[in-house]
Design a protein around this ligand. Structure first.
Ligand SMILES: *Cc1c(COP(=O)(O)O)cnc(C)c1O
Length: 392
């Protein structure tokens, strides 16, 4: 049997896993306003696996509390067309657009929802750039939870429509995601509600690790490289966590090289990787899901990248949109811009990668979530016809 506890990613202090605890009380005391969260907690495993590895055995909430809905177990596949055109046979797509609400965020929402059910909590609050909100709304609906969502008024409409469709209470915020984040925290503290804010709730990192466990299962080994679109750095932290857990249980011997891909217009983690410190950026990119001024999981993400020789890349909006179009038209996979950034990052780094290496792109969200972005690289048919003669 495996046991679980929280441990501060900064000072190492250990805690029980309880709904009241979000950040390390010691380290978060030194929080300054314009920097990543201090005292982010990590779920630690102890003990040993006695039988074959199952993903559910490696999560801190027992399987019985998870709603019976399709989250995770997404396809990992190779597009013959894409691989041939790139002359790169072992490029894999981990297609997380297949999750219930269309993004990888469901992995975090799923664990948070299971935890809420175990703790008999019936309301969850969060801020989101869009996907975390629509995800918690959908998973929450399926799990019988009430969801309150603080959303920047500039979020893509489809994401807001999704959240409303699922029945969440949506509160549009004048201002950016960072403002929504602060307001939602104030609200959840004031009303003593469970927050699903990314990085702040440690289970958001832990939930996302399942993507790494699945990749290991599907390939029957760890890949050489994984390209991870990165904003707050929670997916990045989760991917590292999954492989670190596998290493801790002696299932793999090496952590793969993880490549954090950021937009040039939202590159706080890539910059900190160069300079060693975080300075807030005014994020501006077409890839709304990776647009953040202050990466909430910045310190933790940076530490992992440094410790395991990760890499950081930035790609332009134009490269992201071209990659999005190419992935759609060659592989048949329509990804949202943030997800296509993983492919754009791969294209940028391809010349450096051994052609026989095994590479996984994390395709984190569906293109239908933001059709305005996708419209920039397509040509709309100019007129409608009434008969076939007009076509000829
Ligand atoms: C949230 C999100 C990301 C980035 O994840 P972070 O944890 O913020 O780094 C990437 N792609 C999509 C589609 C997302 O929704």
């Amino acid at each position: 049997m495996i046991k679980f506890h929280y441990q501060c990613s900064q000072c190492g202090r250990k805690f029980d896993i309880t709904p009241e605890l979000m950040l390390c009380p010691d380290c978060s005391r030194n929080q300054k306003p314009d920097e990543p969260l201090r005292g982010v907690l990590e779920v630690k495993l102890s003990g040993r696996l006695h039988c074959q590895l199952k993903v559910s055995d490696m999560l801190p909430v027992a399987a019985e509390y998870f709603p019976m809905i399709p989250v995770g177990n997404t396809p990992l596949w190779r597009s013959a067309e894409l691989n041939r055109s790139l002359d790169f046979p072992n490029l894999y797509l981990k297609d997380d657009t297949h999750n219930l609400t269309g993004s990888l965020k469901d992995r975090a929402s799923y664990l948070v929802a299971a935890f809420a059910r175990r703790e008999k909590i019936n309301e969850v609050v969060l801020a989101s750039t869009g996907n975390a909100g629509s995800s918690m709304a959908g998973i929450g609906a399926a799990a019988g939870l009430n969801v309150t969502l603080f959303l920047p008024e500039t979020a893509p409409q489809a994401k807001m429509v999704q959240a409303l469709q699922y029945g969440a209470r949506v509160i549009p915020v004048k201002g950016n995601y960072d403002r929504a984040f602060d307001l939602s925290l104030e609200y959840s503290r004031k009303h003593n509600l469970l927050s699903r804010n990314t990085a702040y709730n440690p289970l958001t990192i832990e939930g996302k690790k399942t993507v790494a466990l699945e990749i290991y299962h599907q390939l029957e080994r760890a890949p050489d490289f994984i390209f991870v679109p990165t904003g707050d750095g929670v997916i990045l932290g989760g991917v590292y966590k999954g492989f670190r857990d596998l290493k801790k249980l002696n299932i793999i011997s090496e952590i793969p090289t993880i490549v954090a891909v950021q937009s040039e217009g939202s590159d706080a983690i890539a910059r900190a990787f160069e300079t060693g410190k975080f300075t807030p950026v005014a994020a501006k990119t077409v890839a709304d899901s990776i647009a953040v001024d202050i990466p909430r999981n910045g310190y933790y993400a940076l530490k992992q990248l440094q410790q395991y020789n990760g890499r950081c890349l930035t790609v332009s909006d134009d490269a992201i949109l071209s990659a999005q179009k190419e992935l759609s038209s060659v592989a048949g996979l329509f990804a949202e811009p943030a997800a296509a950034a993983a492919y754009a990052g791969f294209l940028k780094m391809k010349a450096e990668l051994p052609t026989d290496s095994t590479v996984v792109l994390l395709i984190t969200g569906s293109g239908l979530k933001d059709i305005d972005a996708a419209m920039t690289k397509i040509e709309f048919p100019s007129k409608s016809i009434t008969s076939l003669e007009e076509l000829e």
